[in-house]
Design a protein around this ligand. Structure first.
Ligand SMILES: O=C(O)c1ccccc1N[C@@H]1O[C@H](COP(=O)(O)O)[C@@H](O)[C@H]1O
Length: 241
């Protein structure tokens, strides 16, 4: 059985590595330098980094130069997201050397552009399906963007390579992942799925790893690592079993 990939997260707001609760602006807990956080995950054995420019996602400015610096400093694969919504922001993101980008709002608001960049860049493009219930959310998770399964069907037809599925109700809460949502999305698409939101324990990661045969390829881990619920080394060992 393929191993579950783990993607430790570094979310950047106002130049700092932060965690939010339910993705809500104003709930930030700060964890210092994004570069130091990213290097710490790399030293601990991460093969991937999930790097988010939260200001760009919220429309409160951006940390583009900083996330580019962090990406360039990494020897590991980087999934870059936040505010990648047009040709200029996509070109800048891809120029960092990241392995892939994750598009959120654009997939909801400018579907023609997303279809075009999927056709041009293939698996360098993932789409983030950030949901409350089955309603997609864009613009810093503040604006409704349509139905999850209708959008998934459209993106599948356009050749989208993979999806990053976040249950907003779980994100940053340490309440455990939404396994039912992950199972439902895997049943609706044959593309790989990266799970996001709610991981609180090594048992949560083992439960997500059980979904690998269904199509779950990886899991983002954020708050649990920063809150020291377990170490990244322990997490990597747990999913290697
Ligand atoms: O990751 C978060 O906590 C988060 C919170 C609120 C908004 C967005 C968040 N994350 C990432 O942002 C991108 C979406 O950015 P955009 O809509 O394309 O500008 C999404 O991929 C999430 O990874």
């Amino acid at each position: 059985m393929a191993k579950l990939e783990l993607l430790p997260a570094v979310d950047v707001r106002d130049g700092q590595a932060v965690r939010l609760v339910h993705g809500e602006s104003g709930t930030e807990t700060s964890y210092g330098s994004p570069l130091e956080a990213a290097l710490a995950w790399q030293r601990a054995g991460a093969e991937w980094l999930h790097l988010v420019d939260l200001d760009a996602a919220f429309g409160t400015g951006d940390n583009r130069d900083l996330v580019a610096e962090v990406t360039r400093a990494m020897d590991i694969k980087v999934e870059l997201s936040g505010g990648i919504r047009d040709d200029a922001s996509l070109a800048k993101a891809l120029a960092t050397g990241c392995t892939r980008v994750n598009l959120g709002t654009a997939a909801l608001e400018t579907p023609e552009w997303v279809a075009k960049v999927i056709a041009e860049h293939g698996d360098k493009i993932a789409v983030g399906l950030d949901v409350r219930g089955t309603t997609l959310k864009g613009r810093g998770w503040t604006r409704d963007g349509g139905d999850l399964y209708e959008t998934l069907e459209r993106l599948d037809k356009e050749g989208c390579a993979r999806y990053v599925v976040t249950d907003i109700a779980k994100d940053g809460t340490l309440q455990g992942p939404n396994l039912e949502l992950l199972r439902n999305v895997c049943a609706a698409t044959d593309r790989p799925v990266v799970a996001s939101g709610g991981v609180s324990s090594l048992d949560d990661l083992r439960a997500i790893a059980q979904l690998v045969p269904l199509g779950v390829e990886g899991s983002i881990v954020g708050k649990a690592l920063y809150a020291k619920a377990f170490t990244l080394e322990e997490a990597l060992e747990a999913v290697a079993e």
